[in-house]
Design a protein around this ligand. Structure first.
Ligand SMILES: [Zn+2]
Length: 274
């Protein structure tokens, strides 16, 4: 079974504040070390679960955080400025399961550590009216490819959201969200054990046919609210989007791939506003 691992940074244990997740911050290097540790733990667990191939997609910031020589030698590494961002290369092979490591709660969550959705611009994203975060948007895209999400690792606020959106996924809690810029973390060694165990379990369950991909009946309604009205104005120039409310846009997609592409397009266009 081929295993796809998307690794973000804000949900890694020991990361409590946005500062060390930014390239250029003096704590960034230590943040990357923590990210590598959980990424490799997921690879090891996947291999223990008899993965035949493992692809790691570096899914944070500029998306070339993981030092290639430090990533597990059995994994391939997808990095750089990728059009499909956190799900790039997922359609290049028939993956049996996807694992999300270092993930975090959705933008607008009242407590989640470094809660956001793809950028700092959206304050709320909804799918068919339900608030959703990166875990759900990415799972929707992967679901359209027939790939279930087997594991999501991050804080306890994320775990609550995932229980609702992705009930089949193993939920690994590596820290307790204290608030937007604070967390109560377990030790990295312990977190890596939990990620490794969850990853192995996810791959075993995927091989047994125990996990269902996230699939929604079309039409799929994508809603976004932004910090400022001007950001919604910019997002609304993407064909198919309509302005809604003071700071929002909506898009009605015919399938999940289109919904994902619409979402990413709107966030990127809104990101031009400074
Ligand atoms: Zn993220």
């Amino acid at each position: 079974m081929k295993v796809y691992i998307s690794v973000d940074m804000e949900g890694i244990t020991g990361i409590s504040h946005p500062a060390p997740t930014a390239r250029g911050d003096e704590g960034y290097g230590r943040g990357v070390e923590l990210m590598v540790g959980e990424a490799n733990a997921a690879v090891e667990g996947a291999l223990e679960g008899r993965a035949t191939e493992v692809v790691v997609n570096d899914s944070h910031g500029k998306m070339f955080n993981l030092p290639p020589t430090e990533v597990h030698p059995s994994a391939r590494l997808v990095q750089g400025q990728k059009p499909l961002s956190m799900v790039e290369a997922a359609r290049d092979a028939r993956f049996g399961v996807a694992l999300f490591v270092g993930y975090h709660a959705r933008a607008g969550h009242r407590r989640g550590t470094i809660a956001h959705t793809y950028s700092g611009k959206p304050t709320l994203t909804t799918i068919n009216g339900r608030p959703v975060g990166e875990y759900g948007i990415n799972a929707l895209y992967l679901g359209a490819l027939g790939v279930p999400v087997g594991l999501v690792a991050g804080d306890d606020a994320l775990a609550e959201e995932v229980a609702d959106w992705l009930p089949d996924a193993e939920r690994v809690v590596v820290k307790r969200a204290v608030g937007g810029n604070a967390a109560d973390s377990i030790h990295p060694t312990r977190a890596r054990q939990l990620v490794r165990d969850g990853s192995r379990q996810a791959v075993v369950r995927a091989r047994a046919g125990d996990l269902a991909p996230l699939r929604l009946e079309p039409p799929i309604r994508v809603g976004l609210e932004f910090r400022a009205a001007v950001e919604a104005d910019f997002a609304a120039i993407v064909p198919g989007f309509e302005r809604e409310g003071d700071r929002g846009v909506v898009y009605v997609a015919g399938d999940a791939i289109e919904a994902y592409r619409a979402f990413v397009s709107a966030v990127r266009i809104a990101g031009i506003v400074d």
